[in-house]
Design a binder for this molecule. Structure first.
Ligand SMILES: Nc1ncnc2c1ncn2[C@@H]1O[C@H](COP(=O)(O)OP(=O)(O)OP(=O)(O)O)[C@@H](O)[C@H]1O
Length: 295
C-alpha cells in the first residue's frame, strides 16, 4: 500500500515538475535535491499540485525525499534566477564537484537545496554568489511578463545582486558594536552623503524586517543571543538589498526543538526564532537555503 501511495504521489508530483530540472550530482556522487515554493501573493494556488506537495511531504518519515513541486500557477511569474548546466571543477583538480546542475527559482520564492554532507551544496552557493566561476554553464536572471513569456535575454547574475550568509555567520563578526558591524565598509567621504543616506534607510528597513529594533546599536555583537546573532547577519546582507539571498545551513549550531526539554529554553528559542524569521522574510525576498537537515 505504501508503494502504491508513493507511486501515486510521484506521478502527481512529476506532472508539476518545474520546466528546468532543479537537481544535480555532487562531487562525491551524493544526490542534491531542491524544493521550491512560490509565494501566494504572486499567484493563485494550484490545489492539485498543493495536494501532491503535501502527499510527498507525508512520505518523508518513510524515507522518501520531498520532490520539487510548483504549487502556484505561473501567470504571476516576474523573474527567476536560473542555473543552467553548471559544472564546476576546482582549478588544478581532476574531478568535477558539480555536474550540469540546473535550477530555477522565481522572484520572491523560497528554495531549499538539500543533500548529504560533501555533496556540493556550499560549492553551488559560492558559484551563485560569484565567489567562484563555473567551469561551464551559466547563472542568470530571466525576466518574464504577466503571461509568463520571457522579456529580452537573460542577464548575468552579478555578485552585487546576491547576499550570502555563511554557516556560523557570527564567527565573522569583526566590530565591537552593532553599529560598527553594520557600517563596516561604508563610504567615509563627504561626497558619498546621498549614498550613505540610502544605506541608512536600507539599514532601518533591514533591521525592521529581521526584528532587530529592540537592541542597542552600542551592544557588542558577540553578547547577543544565538537567534539575534543570526538576525544581525541577515540584516548585514539585507542592507545591500540583494535580488537573491543565500543562506548556508541557517540553523547550524542552534539547538534542535527536540532538545528543548533537555536544555535551557533560551537555547531552544534561538532555533525557533530563526525559523519564524525565515517564514517572514520569504514573503518579501527571494531566498535559497542549503541544508542537509530537512526538518
Ligand atoms: N577547492 C576545492 N578543491 C577540491 N575539493 C574541494 C574544494 N572545495 C570543496 N571541495 C570538496 O568538494 C566537496 C563538496 O564540498 P561542499 O562544501 O560544497 O559540500 P557540502 O554539501 O556543502 O557539505 P556540508 O554539508 O558538509 O557543508 C567536498 O568533498 C569538499 O571537500
Amino acid at each position: 500500500m505504501l508503494a502504491a501511495a508513493a507511486a501515486v504521489t510521484v506521478a502527481l508530483a512529476a506532472a508539476y515538475y518545474p520546466p528546468v530540472k532543479p537537481a544535480g550530482y555532487g562531487g562525491d556522487g551524493g544526490f542534491l535535491g531542491a524544493v521550491g515554493r512560490q509565494e501566494s501573493t504572486l499567484g493563485t494556488p494550484n490545489w492539485r499540485c498543493a495536494f501532491a506537495y503535501f502527499a510527498a511531504n507525508s512520505l518523508i518519515p518513510f524515507g522518501f525525499w520531498v520532490l520539487p513541486i510548483r504549487c502556484w500557477n505561473s501567470n504571476a511569474f516576474r523573474s527567476a534566477e536560473m542555473v543552467r548546466k553548471v559544472t564546476y571543477r576546482p582549478p588544478g583538480t581532476e574531478h568535477n564537484l558539480l555536474n550540469e546542475v540546473n535550477l530555477s527559482l522565481r522572484e520572491k520564492s523560497f528554495g531549499l537545496i538539500f543533500g548529504r554532507s560533501g555533496s556540493g551544496k556550499t560549492t553551488l552557493l559560492q558559484l551563485l554568489a560569484g565567489l567562484s566561476e563555473p567551469t561551464s554553464g551559466s547563472i542568470c536572471i530571466q525576466k518574464y511578463d504577466d503571461s509568463g513569456n520571457p522579456i529580452g535575454l537573460p542577464e548575468i547574475l552579478t555578485s552585487q545582486r546576491v547576499g550570502i550568509v555563511f554557516q556560523f555567520p557570527e564567527r565573522y563578526f569583526l566590530a565591537d558594536t552593532v553599529l560598527e558591524e553594520v557600517t563596516f565598509g561604508w563610504p567615509r567621504q563627504k561626497a558619498d552623503l546621498l549614498f550613505k543616506e540610502q544605506l541608512a534607510l536600507n539599514l532601518q528597513n533591514a533591521f525592521n524586517s529581521v526584528g532587530l529594533t529592540t537592541i542597542s546599536l552600542d551592544e557588542d555583537p558577540q553578547s547577543l543571543s544565538g537567534g539575534f546573532k543570526r538576525r544581525l547577519s541577515l540584516a548585514l546582507q539585507l542592507v545591500q538589498t540583494p535580488d537573491l539571498l543565500l543562506l548556508d545551513e541557517p540553523l547550524a549550531g542552534l539547538v534542535d526543538v527536540v532538545a528543548k526539554f533537555l536544555l535551557q529554553m533560551s537555547d531552544w528559542k534561538a532555533r525557533a526564532d530563526v525559523v519564524n524569521l525565515l517564514k517572514e522574510l520569504k514573503k518579501h525576498h527571494t531566498i535559497l537555503v542549503v541544508s542537509h537537515d530537512l526538518r
